[in-house]
Design a protein. Sequence first.
Length: 192
Amino acid sequence: MTDRSFPVSEIVATRRPHRKDAARNYDALLAAAREAFAEQGAEASLEDIARRAGVGIGTLYRNFPTRRHLFESLYADEVAALCRAADEVAGLAPWEALTTWLGRFAGYMTTKRAVREALDGESEIFAACRDSMHAAGTPLFERAQRAGEARTDMDFVDLLRMVAGVTGTTFDDDAQRERVLSIALDGVRVTR
C-alpha cells in the first residue's frame, strides 16, 4: 500500500475539524447524510440528518453552513475513500484489484447521484474529485491491461462510464447490483 496524495485529500483535510469531539460529530453527520441521501435523494431533510447523527441542527450548520457545503464535503469524502481503497487493493492480483476497486466505485455511485442532482457539475470540487479518482483508478486498470487480463481497446474513462451506466439504475438489493456489474465486467476481461 502506498501513501499517495490526491487533489481531493487537501479538500477533505481542510474541511474536517481537528478537535476530536468536533471531528466525531463531522464524521457522524457525513455518515448520516450518506444514508439519508441514498434513501431519500438530494431533498433529504437536514433536520433528519442531524437527528440520525445524534447532534442538534446547530452542530450541522456549524460544520456545513449551507446544504451545498454538506453535499460538497460528502462528495469529497466519498472520493477520498475511493482513493484510499485504490491504495489498499493495489497489492492484489491485477484483475482482482481492479474489480474490487470497481465494486467500491459502484457503491459510491449512489451518493454521487444524489450529490450530482444538487451541485453544478462545474464545481471546483468535482474537478478535484474527478482528477483524484482518475489518478487512483487508472493505474489499477492499466496494470490489469499489462497483465493481459483487461481489454486494451478501451481506456479508463470508457471503463468508468460503463460502470456508471450499468450501476446508475435502481436495483432490488446490493447482490443484484454486484451480479449485474460482474456481467458487465465479463465484457472487459480478456479470456484465455
